[in-house]
Design a binder for this molecule. Structure first.
Ligand code: UDP
Ligand code: MG
Length: 153
């Protein structure tokens, strides 16, 4: 099973759609194994969005991500990284497919509701960035036989 990182951005917190967005992951069959609220620092964002650090708009991305606390979640499932990216949709909310979180809730590139790790390697790094080991839980999900065939696990 893979674990991936999701951040519910200030656009989700302020618009009061946290429950709805979290519910989408739960209904899909993904297990929440870590969840907390935190205020992101400059240092964390410079690391997290290092690939955008030299862009002229990096300052506004940082401001946007610090506009309120965010919720960080560790989500577990078979191929969780890919599944969660698919549920999230493409970066620009105006292009994102209806049915995806960004496609259903957003009109913006920046204010696009969620962050999701883009590969298993990135997920491992990002989970360490936001969670300590004892904040990610290993607990049985009694639904497993109804979520997967036993030869999928
Ligand atoms: N972003 C932006 N303008 C851009 C590119 C990115 O505001 O031209 C923001 C947007 O919120 C995006 C985040 O920076 O979600 C990270 O960008 P990335 O290209 O990694 O997109 P993602 O992986 O989130 O789809
Ligand atoms: Mg990205």
């Amino acid at each position: 099973m893979e674990v991936t990182l999701v951040i519910l951005k200030p656009s989700a917190v302020q618009r009061k759609i946290l429950g709805e967005v979290i519910s989408r992951f739960e209904k899909k069959g993904i297990q929440i194994v870590g969840l907390k609220m935190m205020q992101l620092t400059d240092e964390t964002l410079e690391e997290h969005y290092a690939h955008l650090k030299d862009k002229p708009f990096f300052g506004r991305i940082k401001d946007s991500m610090q506009a309120s606390p965010v919720i960080v979640m560790a989500l577990k499932g078979l191929d969780a990284v890919n599944v969660v990216r698919k549920l999230t949709g493409v970066t620009n909310g105006r292009d994102a497919q209806p049915g995806t979180i960004r496609g259903d809730y957003g009109m913006s590139v920046q204010e696009n509701i969620v962050h999701a790790s883009d590969s298993p390697e990135t997920a491992a790094i990002e989970l360490k960035r936001f969670f300590s080991d004892n904040e990610i839980f290993n607990y049985s999900s009694f639904l497993l036989p109804y979520l997967y065939a036993n030869d999928e696990l």
